[in-house]
Each structure stands twice: as structure tokens, then as C-alpha cells.
Design a protein. Structure first.
Length: 293
């Protein structure tokens, strides 16, 4: 088994062991195979497909881009609900779908972990609690979730980034739990992680203006040699644990196979930590973040 890949069966898990914690601390990412039971995977896929089936095209569609994310109200309001975002290549010049919606959706986000039982149950499961507590979290707070489709032939590139760019606390505490709902390989756009990059802090932030709700990037990521990244090819049911400062990316999916995944980002909600009010993702006062414990 490659470095950083420490298998863990679907039963009997109560948290990371010393070897796993050491590997995560050194690399900034960790792969746990067989982490998500098959029945959970199937329920997530079914529910995501239902959301797609129920979606009707509005007058204006929202596109997700890691290069030039626009600040439309639909995007901002997704912090409080379940919204659908499309691939950049899915719309024609008039802003309407030029492909069937089933193969044009980029992702669903960003409050699935609080709104939809199939995703809420997993995001708040005992094995997730055990994992986060073994990392030292006292009051783990799920703040963002995404179902990512990575569609065949059209699934877009996700450029090198840090999750702490988009979600920040003081002090920084974000961690990402990314689960493979389908096999992920270099052919269909698996994650690539840069070992040790988390030790250099957060370089860039995606912030929201309090004046006009516009969003923008502040700071710049260094230039990276993409050949120095490690491909995280994982089988269905695997968990990829990502430190909030780890630099990672995924390439376009040029294959005939999709690469469905579900991710949840957690921060420390305990004493001494503050969720920053210039994060793009802000909840309504009547729908606050809810801790696991």
C-alpha cells in the first residue's frame, strides 16, 4: 500500500491511530479505503439523482468555476440550501443548457449536510465524529458540503487551491472529508495532493464584501510544478482527508466514466475559534451552523 494509504474497514472504526495521525501530519492528506459503507454510497447517489431529476431550468443558470466564480445571489444563497451548479461548457451563448441536465451539472451545494437526511446522517455519523475527535476537534462544526459529479468528457478542471482559501477561522481549523462515490483514477479526474504543502499556511482567500456582497480573491498561490503532486487514485468508498492548507487539484475528466464524490468541510467551533465574517459562505441568522457534539 502506498504511503498515505492506510486502509480502514467499514466496521470497528473509532478514530485515527498513531501511524495514521503521523502520516496526515506529515503529508497534509490521508487516504482511508473502505471508509464509507456501500448502502450509504448508494443512498447518496440515489438522492443526488433525484435532485437532478427534480431540477427545472430557471431563467438564469449558475455556473461553478474555480477560476472566475461570479457573485450571483443564487451562489450566495446556496449557503442555506441545496442549489445546482453547471459546468462552464454546459451553456450556450444565450446562457441556456446545450446538453441534457444529467450530464451538464457540475455540483450540488452547499448545505446538503444539514438539509438532506441521506447526507446529514453520514456527515454526523459516529465514525465521522470519531475521526474528527481523534484529530483533536472539541466541537466539530460542518459548514459546507458538495456533491460533485465530474461528468464524463465535460467534468471541469479544479485548479490548485487550498480549502482554507474558501473557509477560514481564526486560528485556521478547516479540514475536508472527501469521499469517492465511484472509483477515482487519473483517467476520470482524481484528486492530486502536494505532500507537505500544508506547512506553509494559507496563501490566498476568497472573501465576501460586507458592502455589496461581491466576492473576490485576495493574495496569490505560488506557482507549482504539477508533476510534484501525488495522484490520489482511490476505489469507491474511500475517504480522502485533506488539511485545510494542503494544496490539491483535479484535472478535467476526459474519460467516458463519471467520478462522483461527496465532500464536507468542518471547522473547530469550540472556545477560542472564530468563523470569519468575510467568508463567502454565511448562514442566515435563523439557520446557524450546528456542531456534531
Amino acid at each position: 500500500m502506498e504511503e498515505g494509504r492506510i486502509g480502514e474497514g467499514a466496521t470497528g472504526f473509532s478514530g485515527l491511530n498513531k501511524e495514521q495521525l503521523s502520516t496526515f501530519k506529515e503529508q497534509g492528506f490521508l487516504v482511508l479505503e473502505n471508509f464509507v459503507p456501500e448502502h450509504v454510497i448508494q443512498s447518496m447517489i440515489r438522492r443526488a439523482n433525484d435532485i437532478v431529476d427534480e431540477f427545472t431550468e430557471p431563467e438564469s443558470l449558475s455556473v461553478f468555476s474555480t477560476r472566475n466564480q461570479k457573485s450571483d445571489q443564487y451562489f450566495l444563497d446556496s449557503a442555506n440550501g441545496v442549489h445546482v451548479f453547471f459546468e462552464e461548457g454546459a451553456l450556450d451563448d444565450t446562457g441556456h443548457l446545450q446538453k441534457p441536465k444529467e450530464v451538464a451539472i457540475n455540483k450540488i451545494g452547499h448545505a446538503m449536510h444539514d438539509v438532506i437526511p441521506e447526507f446529514r446522517d453520514w456527515a454526523r455519523s459516529e465514525r465521522v465524529k470519531g475521526l474528527l475527535q481523534s484529530l483533536g476537534y472539541q466541537k466539530p462544526l460542518p459548514v459546507q458540503s458538495m456533491y460533485i459529479f465530474k461528468q464524463p468528457k465535460i467534468g471541469g478542471e479544479v485548479v490548485p487551491h487550498q480549502d482554507g482559501c474558501f473557509l477560514a477561522t481564526e486560528p485556521q481549523s478547516v479540514v475536508g472529508l472527501w469521499i469517492a462515490l465511484e472509483d477515482a483514477s487519473v483517467l476520470n479526474g482524481c484528486l492530486w495532493g502536494l505532500r507537505g504543502s500544508h506547512t506553509n499556511g494559507i496563501h490566498k482567500r476568497f472573501v465576501r464584501s460586507k458592502e455589496d456582497n461581491s466576492v473576490s480573491f485576495k493574495g496569490e498561490l505560488p506557482e507549482y510544478d504539477l508533476e510534484s503532486f501525488t495522484p490520489l487514485e482511490v476505489p469507491r468508498g474511500s475517504l480522502v482527508l485533506l488539511h485545510g492548507a494542503n494544496v490539491h487539484f483535479s484535472k478535467e475528466n476526459t474519460s467516458e466514466k463519471s467520478r462522483h464524490a461527496f465532500s464536507v468541510h468542518y471547522v473547530e467551533g469550540g472556545e477560542g475559534y472564530t468563523y470569519l465574517d468575510d467568508n463567502w459562505l454565511q448562514r442566515r441568522p435563523d439557520f446557524p451552523f450546528t456542531p456534531l457534539v
